[in-house]
Design a protein around this ligand. Structure first.
Ligand code: SF4
Length: 221
């Protein structure tokens, strides 16, 4: 079965290299991690695939895809929404002002960026930093599922509504999801505010701090 999927994937890559747009069908998702049965051997394999991906329209406007960075495996995984302008130019997640605030948030609970794996729900920048569309999130979801399986985190911090709703397959607003731990196939997931939101809404920092303390307590178990 896996050989067949590899063959199919390689054929789709061949078609894409010829300029044929592959339009994926989106199955109803019951379980986040069951979506894609093929786990690549390494994150490097996955990164190569993401860099040439054209599964959704965002490939047309990106400078480059931003797959993620950090050690693998890693105890902690952070998932944001999508690359912004600076991430798109630099090819790294969470650079710029939001990235600096994120570093401070992590330091407050004794974590360093180099120790954790960090990525986004969609790997290519939506034009004008708009919120990713549902089709774009669904097209990119297999990459995130494969990253979770490869990184094997002990806990995931979901930064912002798009990350929380995507990981938890939920339509609930972030205000209802944050403040408690959820579970993704045995992995605790703590939703909190995205650092970019906190820069615009400093009053939410108090609630984010509560989320971070909860996240830290899960890691200490
Ligand atoms: S956002 Fe994801 S699915 Fe869309 S082109 Fe980029 S890597 Fe592919």
């Amino acid at each position: 079965m896996l050989d067949f999927i590899r063959l199919l994937r390689s054929y789709l890559g061949y078609l894409e290299a010829l300029g044929v747009e592959v339009v994926p069908a989106y199955p109803e998702i019951k379980n986040f991690l069951d979506l894609d049965p093929l786990v690549p051997e390494t994150l490097e394999d996955l990164e190569k695939e993401v860099k040439r991906c054209r599964r959704c329209a965002l490939h047309r406007t990106r400078t480059q895809a931003v797959t993620g960075e950090g050690p693998c495996p890693a105890e902690v995984m952070l998932v944001g929404e999508a690359p912004g302008r600076e991430e798109d130019l630099e090819g790294r997640p969470f650079v710029g002002a939001a990235g600096k605030l994120l570093d401070k948030m992590l330091a407050a609970i004794g974590l360093k960026r180099e120790e954790l794996y960090i990525t986004n729900v969609v790997k290519c920048r939506p034009p004008g930093n708009r919120t990713p569309e549902r089709e774009e999130i669904e097209a990119c979801r297999p990459y995130l599922a494969r990253q979770v399986r490869l990184v094997k985190p002990r806990a995931i911090l979901a930064l912002g509504s798009v990350a929380a709703r995507s990981l938890l397959l939920s339509d609930e607003p972030l205000s209802r999801l944050r403040g408690r731990a959820h579970e993704l196939e045995g992995i605790p997931v703590v939703p909190t505010y995205h650092p970019a939101y906190l820069l615009r809404n400093p009053a939410a920092k108090r609630a984010a701090w509560e989320d971070l303390k909860l996240f830290k307590s899960l890691l200490e178990r």
